[in-house]
Design a binder for this molecule. Structure first.
Ligand SMILES: [Zn+2]
Length: 114
């Protein structure tokens, strides 16, 4: 790799991660000129941009994966809630039937007595 043609400017650029979009246009001209002259910094800038884009892409992907996993988890939890609710209803129905049977038995006993 070719060394930087101006180490001072090269160091400044490196501390900015070769991103000069945040500085004022008058100042930017010098650094833009350096990018034209210096192959080292130009390739570093391209590398950093690629890394940035890759990181943004990965962050977006992991966010999507997280949201998807959360959504699936919520769906699973909802389904489990519905299952336990219907189990509760079955339990109530059985209790009511048992009560009616014992009530019938009482009535029969009373009927026998008469
Ligand atoms: Zn340079």
């Amino acid at each position: 790799m070719t060394p930087c043609t101006d180490q001072v400017i090269g160091d400044i650029l490196s501390s900015w991660r070769y991103d000069i979009s945040g500085i004022s246009p008058e100042m930017r001209t010098d650094f833009e000129q350096h990018f034209v002259e210096c192959q080292h910094c130009r390739s570093r800038q391209r590398l950093h941009r690629t890394v940035d884009v890759t990181l943004i892409g990965l962050a977006t992907l992991s966010t999507l994966a997280f949201l998807l996993a959360q959504q699936q988890d919520a769906q699973h939890r909802q389904r489990r809630d519905e299952d336990s609710e219907s189990a509760d209803v079955h339990g109530e129905v059985r209790k009511a039937e048992a009560f009616r049977e014992s009530a019938d038995a009482h009535w029969q006993k009373i009927g026998h007595r008469e």
